[in-house]
Design a protein around this ligand. Structure first.
Ligand SMILES: Nc1ncnc2c1ncn2[C@@H]1O[C@H](COP(=O)(O)OP(=O)(O)O)[C@@H](O)[C@H]1O
Ligand SMILES: [Mg+2]
Length: 648
């Protein structure tokens, strides 16, 4: 007896309309959700060509009888809801009955499915939405769907697909997310002949974290759990004349939150490591992201993001998932209550981990949640999971109180000190943006910089160092202060770009290969940029499914710095891959190597090294600012010195 029904027009019209299949990852998402809704405990995925050539998913779920398997490809055919009332409390991941027909209409699809009650299964082939074959199939219970040649009959949409590696990285991110949400189930993802993820079932979420992220990251995470009773039920009560004699007021449900969060020291460059699940559904929700940034307010710069895995559970009627066709956006019926619950629970976990006095003070006082959320300051969140969320640090920055743990802003120079603000000249067009050693901004466009005063720099004589960080030097023009780190960064940056062009970047072999653990999607990004890294002096190759072995690296990059540089480049590439061209990526990699290999601040330099550095700086094409746009040198002009001493 079939379970699937076609929804009446009246119900179908109430479903958030729109196309959901725009890339391989969205096909994977719909099919994963179907497998989970079918109660599968073993899910195996295989893709080719980043999912454009093939997406194949096998599950051991309930399967379908033949009539259902045929009906499933009709629009609005679903076993998950019947009436419009069901729309108010959806307990399954799917409910629209539109995924299978949409996918089948733009691909060559084969399905094999069998329920455990039947002896033989069904095999169906559909080409561009038309049924081409229906057969018996001798298969174990469960369902296997293979989707080939996505968009083969809609060339206009095929054109919008990104590079194979980009699509694969979205698919990988998505499978990772679902594997995290269902630790008790087996997940596998293969691309061509590589296993990108193999996660056998485990008893606890933390064990799944170990499987996916590796112990190094997991050891930096703190578990959290909280529960709060809602003050009232989310759905409005029926009017009195519609209540029957034994009507009972609906009881308010519970909110439960659990998961893992990172300490403020661990900072990511994008939001890709914030995973939010509501009733085991992966969502991208502004409200929750806002609650997260509120929890970390004042203890993490607004341009950095934590690692968070968060499971929020609530009665299904508290959350409306019928908001967007991709079902990744939700609407909470008691939104500010949920926002504050998430913010407070995360904060408590952070406070317990680090009860320092200044820290506690910094956490008090925050604006009213609801008004803050409705403001236009929130970043734009893209609906598809895995899509890089465009970061708008300015938006978050303007929303945040002063960040306490960062170095204080330099005081403006005032009064009659010889170094008056007017006399001190920044030899660059751009002012510093951040106090970080290496900032993650895209290198600035070289053409914007003023022409360099080469002669002036070439004649500099170092006098000594200030705080082992700045070189004091003089020449006929006056007195100069040079930031040794950014000066060296500029020297290295130009050297790498030059050498890279002739494929002669100097590299050093490491005595022992250095092993670096990566996330599955970082492995995909690594594969995509491996050739460019090689041209920049790296010799690195995959070493197991989630580890790479670095055998050689550009000169000057060692140990921690080497690992940090690599992870920085992978994170940036993940974020930028949509927009940037090859040239920008090259510049970015060179800037990152230069930054991590350059002489650090707080490093004593002897006069010979200072002279060498100033000489090398003078030879660069743009000696006035570092690859990220920070100034390298300040000059106090001779004329101003004379004027200050009233000699002229
Ligand atoms: N892997 C699967 N195992 C068992 N049944 C499935 C599977 N995939 C789809 N179905 C059935 O096909 C129906 C239609 O699927 P779909 O188009 O994704 O709509 P929805 O998931 O919104 O109901 C589902 O309601 C379900 O009954
Ligand atoms: Mg579905």
């Amino acid at each position: 007896m079939g379970r699937i029904r076609i929804l009446s027009d009246q119900v179908a019209n109430q479903i958030a309309a729109g196309e959901v299949v725009d890339r391989p990852a969205s096909v994977v998402k719909e099919m994963l959700e179907n497998a989970l809704d079918a109660g599968a405990t073993h899910i195996r995925l295989e893709v080719e060509g980043g999912g454009r050539k093939l997406i194949k998913i096998s599950d051991n779920g309930c399967g379908m009888v033949r009539d259902d398997a045929l009906l499933a490809f009709e629009r609005h055919a679903t076993s998950k809801i019947r009436s419009s009332d069901d729309l108010l409390s959806i307990a399954t991941l799917g409910f629209r009955g539109e995924a299978l027909p949409s996918i089948a209409s733009i691909s060559r699809l084969q399905i094999e499915t069998r329920t455990s009650e039947e002896k033989t299964g069904t095999h169906i082939e559909i080409v561009g939405g038309k049924i081409a074959r229906v057969d018996d199939a001798a298969i174990p219970p469960g369902t296997t769907i293979a989707v080939r040649d996505l968009f083969f009959n809609t060339p206009a949409r095929r054109k919008f697909l990104k590079a194979e590696s980009t699509e694969l990285s979205h698919v990988t991110a998505l499978v990772t997310h679902y594997a995290l949400a269902h630790p008790g189930k087996h997940f596998e993802l293969h691309s061509a002949s590589h296993a990108l993820l193999i996660a056998p079932p485990v008893g606890k979420p933390v064990e799944r974290l170990h499987q996916i992220f590796g112990s190094e990251l997991v050891n930096q995470l703190l578990p959290f759990a909280a529960e709060r009773s809602l003050e009232h039920a989310g759905l409005p009560e029926p009017p009195p004349w519609k209540r029957d004699a034994n009507y009972e007021r609906p009881a308010p449900g519970f909110l439960r939150l659990s998961g893992f969060l990172s300490k403020p020291e661990l900072q990511k460059l994008n939001r890709n490591s914030i995973y939010v699940f509501v009733n085991q559904r992966l969502v991208r929700d502004r409200l929750i992201l806002h609650a997260v940034s509120e929890a970390y307010r004042n203890i993490m710069p607004p341009t950095s993001f934590p690692v968070i895995l968060m499971f929020l559970e609530m009665p299904p009627e508290e959350v409306d998932v019928n908001v967007h066709p991709a079902k990744t956006e939700v609407r909470f019926r008691q939104s500010s209550f949920i926002h504050d619950f998430v913010r407070d629970s995360l904060r408590n976990a952070l406070i317990q981990a680090r009860p320092a006095a200044g820290f506690l003070q910094a956490l008090t006082a925050s604006p009213n949640a609801a008004s803050a959320i409705s403001s236009a300051l929130l970043p734009d969140i893209s609906p598809l999971p895995g899509d890089p969320v465009p970061a708008t640090p300015e938006a978050l920055a303007s929303d945040a109180a002063p960040f306490q743990l960062s170095p204080p802003e330099p005081e403006p120079i005032t009064g009659k000190l010889p170094f008056s603000a007017a006399g001190l000249e920044v030899i660059a067009s751009t002012m510093p943006q951040a106090a970080h050693e290496c900032d993650s901004q895209t290198p600035v466009d070289e053409d914007q910089l003023p022409p360099a005063n080469l002669n002036a720099l070439a004649s500099l004589k170092p006098l000594g160092q200030m705080r082992e960080s700045f070189i004091l030097a003089i020449n006929d023009e006056g007195l100069w202060i040079i930031d040794q780190h950014v000066a060296h960064e500029r020297v290295l940056f130009e050297k790498i770009l030059r050498e890279r062009q002739v494929e002669r970047v100097q590299r050093q072999r490491l005595l022992m290969p250095m092993l670096v653990d990566l996330l599955p999607q970082q492995m995909v990004v690594f594969a995509a940029i491996a050739r460019e890294l090689e041209r920049n002096g790296f010799d690195a190759e995959p070493f197991g499914p989630r580890t790479i072995a670095i055998k050689a690296a550009p000169i000057g990059l060692e140990g921690n710095q080497l690992e940090r540089m690599l992870v920085e480049v992978l994170e940036q590439s993940e974020r930028e891959s949509q927009r940037e061209n090859l040239e920008t990526m090259r510049t970015r990699i060179a800037a990152s190597i230069a930054c991590h290999a350059a002489i650090k601040v707080n490093t004593p330099l002897d006069p010979t090294r200072m002279e060498w550095l100033l000489g090398e700086l003078a030879k660069t094409e743009h000696p006035t600012s570092c690859p990220h746009g920070r100034p390298i040198a300040l000059r106090y002009a001779w004329k101003d010195i004379q004027r200050a001493f009233q000699r002229i």
